[in-house]
Design a protein around this ligand. Structure first.
Ligand code: DGT
Ligand code: MG
Ligand code: MG
Ligand code: MG
Ligand code: MG
Length: 270
């Protein structure tokens, strides 16, 4: 095709290729979900429908982008780890991040009704932002997921204590905050147990530890649609961490398919 005289404007586009041979991590996060969760009456402190919808949207992302080997979700955020050698969009940052965010957001809206059957769609369009972070080695990748999971735990313990004080203990939000300020996790655990009969360790793992989606290797000749995702809980504990973060990443190929889901992410920080 002949070049038009306008073609020169292409020269204004800049290169944004991510460094080769490092792990690409993309994290998305809901914009203003403090308000979004209130407007849609999300249960406090955790709404299992909302978390499952997040998981479904993340599964859509992983089904579309084969090079994502691991996903971790909590609250209104999801992290996606790409295999080190991915050449998706020649590692162009804007293409990678915008595709993940766009697909996640459209899937979140598309599947909304399956999780919130009382409304056909959200009251207004939810927005997610996204960023890519590069990690040079498995050490940082492991610590990254440990960081997000520690965040899940800290927030959940605080929120569980806070709402127990407010809803069961009939305290004002301000008084609950004052009572909790400066307490450590041991004190929160005993308060929940002694004052509210809540055994924190019995709270569903999806709330305490977040959700993991991990891609598993399947035999090449297997019918992809016939795969029933296996829960990593059924695998030996040590294998989940190793297979996920360290083996599967390097052996990842197009024969990898259906991510499976677990709420028990303990093994990632093992
Ligand atoms: P941002 O990310 O800076 O635009 O602001 P937010 O408001 O999205 O804040 P963020 O991402 O730090 O925290 C997530 C908010 O979403 C937080 O206010 C709690 C809310 N949220 C997330 N999951 C749930 C849930 O399951 N139930 C309820 N009630 N709220 C939730
Ligand atoms: Mg924030
Ligand atoms: Mg947010
Ligand atoms: Mg958030
Ligand atoms: Mg096009």
């Amino acid at each position: 095709m002949a070049k038009s005289k306008y073609e020169y404007v292409r020269e204004f586009e800049t290169e944004d290729k991510l460094l080769p041979n490092v792990f690409i991590l993309v994290r998305i996060d809901g914009k203003g979900f403090h308000k979004f969760s209130a407007e849609h009456d999300f249960a406090k402190p955790n709404d299992v429908r909302a978390l499952n919808l997040m998981n479904h949207a993340a599964r859509s992302v992983m089904n579309e982008l084969d090079d994502i080997v691991l996903g971790f979700g909590e609250s209104d955020e999801y992290s996606f780890l790409f295999r080190k050698s991915t050449d998706l969009y020649q590692r162009r940052e804007a293409k990678i991040v915008s595709t993940v965010v766009s697909l996640f957001t459209s899937a979140y809206v598309y599947y909304w009704r399956d999780y919130f059957p009382d409304s056909s769609r959200p009251k207004y369009p939810p927005v997610f932002d996204g960023r890519a972070v590069l990690y040079p080695s498995e050490v940082e990748v492991r610590d990254y997921f440990a960081w997000r999971q520690a965040d899940t735990h800290i927030n959940n313990l605080f929120n569980t204590s806070f709402w127990a004080l407010v809803e069961q203990g009939k305290m004002s939000p301000r008084a609950a905050e004052v009572k909790l300020s400066g307490t450590d996790s041991k004190q929160k655990n005993s308060m929940l147990f002694e004052e509210f009969d809540i055994n924190y360790s019995k709270i569903p793992a999806i709330f305490r530890k977040g959700s993991i989606l991990l891609r598993e290797q399947i035999p090449k000749d297997m019918d992809k649609d016939a795969i029933i995702p296996t829960l990593p809980e059924t695998l030996p504990g040590s294998m989940v961490a190793k297979a996920t973060l360290f083996t599967v990443i390097e052996n990842s190929s197009s024969s990898l398919d259906t991510p499976s889901e677990t709420t028990d992410s303990e093994n990632v920080i093992a």
